[in-house]
Design a protein around this ligand. Structure first.
Ligand SMILES: Cc1cc2nc3c(=O)[nH]c(=O)nc-3n(C[C@H](O)[C@H](O)[C@H](O)COP(=O)(O)OP(=O)(O)OC[C@H]3O[C@@H](n4cnc5c(N)ncnc54)[C@H](O)[C@@H]3O)c2cc1C
Length: 356
């Protein structure tokens, strides 16, 4: 008998497995590594200040330090590098943004994240349309794919892993447990990312998945490989002279696989801003588990008390997942109530009892 079956080992499922494993729970993780899983293509950027109006992201003062601390402890556990601290250089391509920044820069909330040494002339050497910019600190990049792959190995060594597609129709819900193809557990937690839209128990929730396309490009002699540069798109140092460039944000996508026109559009955007030559190596895409109110979807099923959801990490899974997985593990253990801002109870009115 397992304590928990977790369906999905993206960054959300990985983090939840990690904190439940720390509590010595017996786990079974089921995943088939879907091609469009967001965690497999995301850059893993941890970015405290976002958008043209320089808004401090939701609860970053507690979420980001907790995330960095968690990935550092995972580095020790897994014996590999998973976190890169890098400043974010935001380039302003128009006067409007320069003015917006002038209005926001004195705000103490934002000021704490500003690194004083932004020099536009450095960026003008290799970027077009540089009016000005700002550099933010307390930021970085999580090597999400590496976190997941290494954690998977650990789970496999401990014989806690089933590499296959979970088929919801095979789930038996009993009064004291759930059974999936002979595997019995006290509870099951779904962490399927955007594929929750196919989960018959939780697809009543207002998921609004957003597709994101990215390019992997080679840029020999790119001078800012110690920074995460945002100039419309992000240019993120990946490995040697290879960079991650992205991403698009599309809520009305018609197909899940990469679309050539999206790849071309990204390439054109890069051509417009980069003065140096580059070569496109690969075009990939993933689908973000974004939700209507941009707050995670976690909690217990309204009728089946053995079924739980851990999802809705949206466009910020790299630093939302550690904090909320830790909190969720505490909640599952009856150590605290679930934070109401992430509890799916806020959407119970959407649940139609007659369908279940
Ligand atoms: C292009 C792009 C760029 C992004 N950049 C960033 C960024 O810089 N920083 C950041 O913080 N976030 C970023 N994100 C968002 C981030 O990727 C997500 O928030 C996060 O990865 C969501 O993780 P998840 O585990 O919930 O979902 P996923 O990563 O989608 O994982 C879900 C897992 O469930 C498995 N699964 C689903 N259904 C089944 C089934 N029936 N049977 C078996 N397995 C199943 C899948 O195989 C998958 O492994 C980006 C996303 C995209 C698409």
């Amino acid at each position: 008998m397992h304590d928990y079956i977790i369906v999905g080992q993206g960054i959300a499922g990985t983090m939840l497995a990690h904190f439940l494993r720390q509590k010595h729970k017996k786990l079974l993780i089921i995943d088939r590594m879907h091609h469009q899983a967001a965690s497999a293509v995301a850059a893993g950027i941890v970015n405290p200040i976002t958008g043209r109006h320089f808004i401090k992201s939701w609860r970053v003062d507690e979420l980001i330090p907790f995330a960095f601390q968690t990935y550092q402890s995972l580095e020790k556990l897994l014996g590999t590098k998973l976190l890169e601290f890098k400043n974010i250089a935001m380039i302003f391509d128009r006067i409007n943004t320069v003015n917006n920044w002038a209005m926001r820069s004195g705000n103490p909330e934002v000021e704490a994240y500003v690194h004083p040494n932004f020099d536009p002339s450095f960026y003008r050497q290799f970027l077009e349309q540089v009016e000005d910019g700002v550099e933010f600190r307390q930021s970085g990049r999580i090597l999400l794919k590496k976190v997941i792959e290494n954690y998977k190995k650990l789970l496999q060594q401990e014989e806690r892993y089933l590499e296959e597609k979970f088929e919801h129709e095979h789930l038996e819900i009993q009064t004291d447990s759930v059974v999936y193809k002979g595997h019995r557990a006290h509870r099951i937690i779904f962490a399927e990312g955007y594929q929750a839209i196919h989960n018959p128990y939780f697809n009543y929730l207002p998921f609004l998945p957003a597709k994101g396309d990215i390019l992997m490009v080679r840029i020999p002699d790119y001078p800012a490989n110690d920074k995460l540069v945002k100039h419309g798109v992000f240019i993120v140092p990946w490995k040697d002279d290879i960079y991650w460039v992205g991403s698009s944000y599309n809520k009305t996508y018609k197909q899940e696989a990469p679309l050539a026109t999206e790849g071309e559009a990204l390439k054109e955007r890069l051509q417009r801003i980069l003065k140096i030559d580059f070569e496109v190596l690969e075009h990939l895409c993933g689908i973000r588990p974004t939700v209507r109110d941009r707050q995670p979807f976690t909690g217990q099923h309204p009728v089946f008390s053995r079924l739980f959801l851990f999802n809705g990490m949206g466009a910020k899974g790299s630093y939302l997942s550690p904090f909320f997985a830790h909190h969720f593990a505490q909640y599952l253990d009856d150590q605290c109530p679930l934070d109401s801002s992430i509890d799916i109870k806020r959407y119970f009115k959407y649940f139609d009892k007659n369908k279940h």
